[in-house]
Design a protein around this ligand. Structure first.
Ligand SMILES: Nc1ncnc2c1ncn2[C@@H]1O[C@H](COP(=O)(O)OP(=O)(O)O)[C@@H](O)[C@H]1O
Ligand SMILES: [Mg+2]
Length: 322
């Protein structure tokens, strides 16, 4: 094990991907030389621009996709995926697809959540208990007899997670779980992900929701066909050039504190979340005898401009000559 992995809290490798390559039958090279390791109990945000290969990678983690060229490139809980035993993978790793309609296909929600455990040959009473527990964990207690395709967008996303929880996998991978949700549903979903993290599940969360990443993930892997960055959330968010090149953002609160620095706010470590910002402000006010001193000097607006320019993805209308 590398020193870095050991420092992360040696639970053993949950996922090992070594030199994974994948080209779709039409010739699209989606993954090239992808390598990374995830320790048990780690929570990872997998980010990257559209078309970066994130969903393709997810489908390799439980053997839905594989290629002869990359045989043995993916190990889950210490074992390479056996293409003949793909049906057993959901016990180890649950994959929650981006579109819940791909996971909810039975008439009633209870049937969808029971589907996996029944396939594993689990007895009727135990299945019933697992359905009840899984629905409870995603805030859908008592939804057994609801018609899946009548659920709201947020309920469907949570129901899709329940269909995976009912198999009690050690690892859960989710494809854009907070996408297309209203703020309340998004907050509920983040709450569920946090509770899974706190329970010690190994999580891989594909997301463009950068403001949610600091609460959800210990580490960020940036994929663009291959792994272009892999580090702590802070390390990855500090590399603005790489992020802009990959078409990614940093949390808004972090950008705002960089702007505050231009106004003279003393801040060595930029906060990545609102909670961290509140702590930072409280500490600064205590250190400075009850006040925060901000000022404008002749370079302030140039510095603010530099901060904004650092994270700019495209020219605004004002930048474009007529
Ligand atoms: N079924 C498919 N057949 C051919 N190309 C595909 C297929 N699915 C995805 N791709 C291509 O593979 C690349 C990676 O796609 P995908 O894994 O969906 O990226 P992401 O999830 O990061 O947006 C893209 O260029 C995409 O167009
Ligand atoms: Mg995708």
């Amino acid at each position: 094990m590398t020193a870095k992995a050991a420092a992360r809290g040696a639970g053993g490798a949950a996922i090992r991907v070594h030199d994974l390559n994948y080209t779709y039958p039409d010739g699209t090279a989606a993954l090239e030389h992808v390598s990374f390791e995830i320790e048990k109990g780690e929570s990872i945000a997998l980010v990257g621009p559209n078309g970066a290969g994130k969903s393709t990678l997810l489908l390799h983690l439980n053997g839905i996709l594989h290629s002869t060229r990359s045989r043995g490139a993916v190990e889950i809980l210490g074992k390479p995926i056996d293409p003949k035993k793909v049906h057993e993978m959901p016990k180890k790793i649950g994959i929650v697809f981006q579109d819940p309609d791909d996971m909810l296909f039975m008439p009633l929600l209870a049937d969808d959540v029971a589907f996996g455990p029944i396939n594993l040959g689990i007895g009727k009473d135990e299945v019933k208990q697992r359905v009840k527990d899984s629905l409870l964990r995603v805030g859908l207690a008592g939804y057994e007899n609801r018609v899946s395709h009548h659920l709201s967008g947020g309920e469907k996303k949570r129901a899709a997670i329940a269909t995976v929880l009912s198999m009690d996998p050690e690892i859960i991978a989710m494809d854009e779980p907070t996408a297309n949700l209203d703020p309340k549903s998004r907050a509920e979903l983040i709450g569920i992900l946090k509770s899974l993290k706190d329970e010690g599940k190994t999580l891989i969360i594909i997301t463009h929701d950068v403001n949610a990443i600091p609460e959800l993930a210990d580490r960020v892997i940036v994929l663009k066909k291959t792994v272009i960055a892999d580090g702590t959330t802070r390390e990855v968010f500090a590399d603005s050039e790489m992020l802009v090149a990959a078409g990614l953002d940093v949390p808004t609160i972090m950008q705002f504190f960089e702007v505050l620095q231009a106004f003279g706010y003393p801040c060595d470590v930029l906060p990545l979340s609102i909670d961290a910002a509140v702590k930072n402000l409280t500490q600064t006010i205590e250190n400075e005898a009850g006040h925060v001193h901000l000022h404008i000097h002749k370079h302030t607006h140039t510095e603010v401009g530099a901060v904004r320019g650092k994270y700019q993805h495209h020219h605004t209308a004002a930048d474009c000559p007529e």
